[in-house]
Design a protein around this ligand. Sequence first.
Ligand SMILES: [Zn+2]
Length: 344
Amino acid sequence: MNIYAMLQDKLQAIREEAVAAFKAATSSKDLYDQKVKYLGKKGSFSELMKEMGKLSKDERPKFGQLVNEVKNTLEDLFKELTDALKEKELNASLEDERIDMSLPGNRMRLGKKHPINMVIDELVDIFSRIGFSVRLGPLIERDRYNFEALNIPADHPARDMQDTFYIDEQHVLRTQTSPIQIHSLENESLPLRVLGPGAVFRSDYDVSHLPMFHQIEGILVDKEVSMADLKGILAYFAKEFFGPNVKIRLRPSFFPFTEPSAEVDCSCAVCDAKGCRMCGHTGWIEVAGCGLVHPNVFKEAGLDAEKWQGLAFGMGIERLAVVKYGVRDIRLFNENDMDFLGQF
Ligand SMILES: [Zn+2]
């Protein structure tokens, strides 16, 4: 057998082997590796070419052409198979990464108003309809505004260290929103109708008491103001806030900054005044304190108590929220429990 025929057989064998290896490749990467193995610089064809030196001068170009034809055939096959494999791979990855539009998405939790702020907003709306406008005061008050100017003398139990957070001897965290009315009396022209909502602080903590809670204070000052005006305003508030059938009653009481003073009860909207757990089976719920402005408060603010008269009322926001929404534990308002807060 001459060398030419032998190399021709070898070429044929490499060709068949390469075609089989190309066709067996299962991925484009695998196929590329096979191409390098046969057609690369150190591949089978390069090895074969080294043996060409054994051929005669006439035979070399002829065999070289033969090798090139086989190489071209394999290059074509490689390209054809690569295209097919790449398409298959693309389809597979598309299938893998397909988005199922029917799957439930990640729910986004929208923030909403805290129930305490909802009550404050509603009260501001109700009272602004009858001419009251909002004033805000500082959370840290001078002793004079929190007590003295409100006719609370030095020995009054409300000043007890157990109830009040003292910053120093002259300053306290305000224990009530009433100081707001003193600032208004001192700084604003009369007559006035002012509403003061805000946080207040007392050293107390249990099911019905929080160290920080919210009040809203209202004061109306004019030339002639009576208990009848006060009762009318509170009856209007009760109907707007709790419902059209709600009635109010005033019970005589005592506050240092009003005279006369009264506690305000609303008929229970939960049981329609028939008696339930919320109203302690009495049909009535205490919601506010009120009265006519004490002459000493006018005097402390530098106003003529003979010339001006006023009415004032104060309510606990948490208390109103508890009654309106039927919440059992007042502490829930401060716990940031999203499930609880989301109900309102
Ligand atoms: Zn009731």
